[in-house]
Design a protein around this ligand. Structure first.
Ligand SMILES: Nc1ncnc2c1ncn2[C@@H]1O[C@H](COP(=O)(O)OP(=O)(O)OP(=O)(O)O)[C@@H](O)[C@H]1O
Length: 245
């Protein structure tokens, strides 16, 4: 089967600090992958390099057999909440509409059908009554759902989400995971930076274990084991041993 994403010998740095070193992996369509690794492992940087928001030093990234620039309308991104300027004066509905600009075209006015699409995505996220609310006046979990709604209306084939479950309550976590599973059931491919090792097996069918390079990658049932967790995190996670044997 052709891979949706092929990362080959990818190396990236911030000035002289090499953050990603010969990262190699391929992702198959219709998979839901957790990207896990300790703080500073390069998870967010990996997404930024794939999305051409940060340059690579060497290596290649191909999405659907093409460069990112050629297929970017097929790719959705939900950034880490902390990296977004929530004081930007815009309301929830307008943020969701941004996901439609690929279809509407920049500098063109959205039509009623676009507004309805954005509205129904907000409703799907349980935020129908918040459409006019300034994004700075939403809770963290609501902001996260607004960004997920924006990604949904984009109707992409490949999604990257950077810690969408960080700091959200159980109800929002369920809404987000249900949404990601729906995308997967439609054959979309989803990659999620994730920190809670306790839920990796329950939520994700694949896992990419990263610590500046790929420590392990594959089906969760095959690679998410104590040996690989220790290799990824060092000896600092001994408490997981009881669970994973
Ligand atoms: N803009 C930047 N300028 C300089 N160094 C950076 C920058 N962004 C990240 N780094 C460094 O690159 C390394 C990898 O950071 P990155 O944010 O990719 O890690 P991460 O795995 O996503 O971490 P976390 O789990 O803490 O979010 C870290 O050492 C970090 O300090």
């Amino acid at each position: 089967m052709d891979s949706v994403l092929n990362v080959d010998s990818l190396t990236a740095s911030y000035r002289k600090n090499k953050v990603l070193n010969h990262v190699n992996f391929k992702v198959q369509p219709g998979t839901l992958t957790a990207i896990v690794g300790p703080n500073g492992a390069g998870k967010s940087t990996l997404l930024k390099v794939i999305l051409e928001l940060h340059p690579r030093l060497s290596g290649t990234v191909s999405c659907f057999g093409s460069t990112y620039a050629q297929v970017k309308s097929r790719i959705g991104y939900v950034p880490q909440r902390g990296t977004v300027d929530w004081d930007f004066p815009t309301n929830a509905l307008d943020v969701v509409m941004m996901g439609l600009y690929g279809r509407i075209g920049w500098l063109k006015w959205p039509k009623r059908e676009h507004r309805e699409l954005a509205m129904s995505a907000l409703e799907e996220m349980g935020l129908g009554s918040y459409a006019d609310r300034q994004i700075s006046q939403l809770s963290g979990g609501q902001q996260q759902r607004v960004f997920l709604a924006r990604a949904l209306v984009q109707d992409a084939d490949l999604y990257f989400l950077d810690e969408p479950l960080a700091g959200v309550d159980a109800a929002t976590e369920k809404v987000i995971m249900d949404t990601l599973n729906t995308l997967k059931s439609k054959g979309r491919t989803v990659m999620v930076v994730h920190h809670d090792l306790q839920t990796v097996e329950e939520y994700f069918d694949h896992v990419l274990m990263l610590n500046r390079t790929v420590i392990a990658h594959g089906a969760t049932a095959e690679v998410f084991n104590q040996a690989n967790i220790t290799r990824t995190y060092g000896g600092s996670l001994r408490w997981m041993g009881d669970r994973l044997g």
